[in-house]
Ligand binder design. Structure first.
Ligand code: NAG
Ligand code: NAG
Ligand code: NAG
Ligand code: NAG
Ligand code: NAG
Ligand code: NAG
Length: 392
């Protein structure tokens, strides 16, 4: 079991650095909205998830619809694993050991994952792997901004698939490309009423991007740290299970928290398996923050503060009080474009412009989501980054 995790870990570091392309940046984009042109791959379809159904049945309709794309993506992960350990032993290990792990996951997640395996015909261990992978290979940009009428606008790029197989010919990340057809908008309902909405990948039961209409908006970004996800996941496998999976917490908060303040304290105080950034927007002036988390607790809270001129908070994958890693500075270009936009002109439209500017938009960007809490609106778009474009 531990063996398996270390192999995956090793894969992370066996990067094809030869593919390195010098930083590619551009002027802030303008008038990209409504989405069109070569950076816009397509619209995202809506599906309903009925929370009144038993967890094992909630995903059946979606998975039945997306089965081929899901099988395709899982096959790409298998190919990668087999390229790395040619005997096929790695996938064998996943198929044998990870199903044992599913029962250690809390409900509803455990039953939902089993339901997805049943509906797709994909081996349970591989569905578990997909749900775990996600916690390890994401980099992202999230921003919450307040316009001068007090509206809160929340945007994010979801960049996924880092180091997971570079396609030399297509200059693209293999898994990122396979994930694009799996992007869906979800409307979670109870008693036939929307509880929350989310942009997600079919087959995944945690949440990374979501809105509780008229109450709050939430995104999560990965935080790299020595005390990172690998240690927490390893501890989980070894039986120390007092931390929560990050995207499960995000899902629980979207499903069950009823105010910005409640969401904020749950996100700040729940013990986690790995460090993370939570980017939370509320429904009133000043309610926007970045919660920087260690596994145990919140180590920093940065809030919108109009008196200080801070009308937005923006997070990529580095602590806001430190310089970003020099090979991966998406923060400076994103902030430069937000500053250039000004508070007067910030809107879903102009936020889409910021999120369309390279390298905020890069080869890992699978989707852009825009949310406006006061209208309960969530919209998302599948993205492409035409060459020249940064690999991350
Ligand atoms: C490369 O791109 C072409 C055209 O978009 C596509 O048909 C092909 O499947 C891609 N190759 C891989 C390995 O993804
Ligand atoms: C659920 O709500 C929709 C629209 O809000 C309505 O058309 C439908 O009849 C409702 N279904 C049930 C079972 O109440
Ligand atoms: C939300 O709360 C309900 C009722 O307590 C619980 O059954 C459900 O599992 C919770 N959802 C999540 C995702 O934790
Ligand atoms: C904001 O959220 C609170 C719950 O925290 C709710 O009571 C209030 O009605 C919401 N305000 C608006 C304008 O939707
Ligand atoms: C953006 O504006 C803020 C506030 O004025 C400033 O602190 C920051 O340095 C600016 N960043 C860039 C990249 O222009
Ligand atoms: C804000 O938008 C208006 C109307 O589109 C435009 O004329 C103006 O130049 C913009 N201001 C900035 C600072 O971009």
């Amino acid at each position: 079991m531990g063996h398996c995790v270390f192999l995956i870990l090793a894969a992370v570091f066996s990067v094809a650095w030869t593919q390195f392309i010098p930083p590619y940046t551009e002027e802030c984009r303008e008038e990209m909205y409504p989405p069109k042109g070569p950076t816009f791959r397509g619209a995202v379809g809506w599906y309903t998830v009925d929370l009144d159904l038993p967890p094992s049945k909630r995903w059946t309709a979606l998975i039945t619809d997306k089965k081929n794309d899901l099988v395709n993506m899982i096959q790409a992960i298998r190919d990668l694993a087999n390229a790395f350990v040619p005997s096929g032993r790695l996938i064998e290990l996943v198929d044998i050991t990870l199903p044992l792990m599913v029962d250690t996951l809390p409900n509803p997640f455990s039953d939902e994952i089993k339901g997805i395996a049943a509906a797709s015909g994909i081996p349970l261990g591989e569905v578990v792997l997909f749900n775990i992978f996600y916690e390890v290979f994401t980099v992202c940009t999230s921003v919450v901004a307040e316009d001068n009428k007090g509206n809160l606008i929340h945007g994010r790029n979801l960049d996924f698939g880092l180091f997971m197989g570079w396609d030399v010919k297509n200059k693209s990340w293999i898994i990122s490309e396979k994930l694009k057809p799996l992007v869906v908008n979800l409307d979670f309902k109870r008693n036939n009423q929307t509880v929350f909405k989310s942009t997600n990948f079919a087959g995944y039961v945690g949440m990374l991007t979501g809105i509780k209409p008229h109450i709050f908006t939430l995104t999560m970004n990965e935080r790299f740290s020595l005390d990172g996800g690998y240690i927490g996941i390893l501890e989980w496998i070894l039986g120390k299970r007092d931390g929560m999976w990050m995207s499960f917490l995000t899902r629980s908060v979207l499903e069950n928290a009823t105010s910005y303040e409640e969401a904020k304290s749950l996100l700040a105080q729940t013990k986690l398996l790995a460090p993370a950034y939570f980017i939370l927007g509320g429904n009133q002036t000043g309610q926007g923050c970045i919660i920087t988390r260690s596994r145990l607790l919140s180590i920093d809270l940065l809030e919108i503060d109009l008196k200080l001129g801070r009308w937005y908070v923006l997070e990529t994958n580095y602590d806001h009080w430190k310089e970003p890693f020099f090979l991966d500075d998406r923060r400076t270009p994103a902030m430069r474009c937000m500053n250039q936009t000004t508070q007067t002109n910030v809107s879903l439209q102009t936020m889409y412009d910021v999120l369309s500017t390279k390298p905020v938009l890069n080869k890992l960007t699978t989707y852009t989501t825009l949310m406006q809490v006061s209208e309960g609106k969530l919209e998302s778009y599948i993205r492409d980054c035409p060459n020249p474009c940064m690999p991350w």
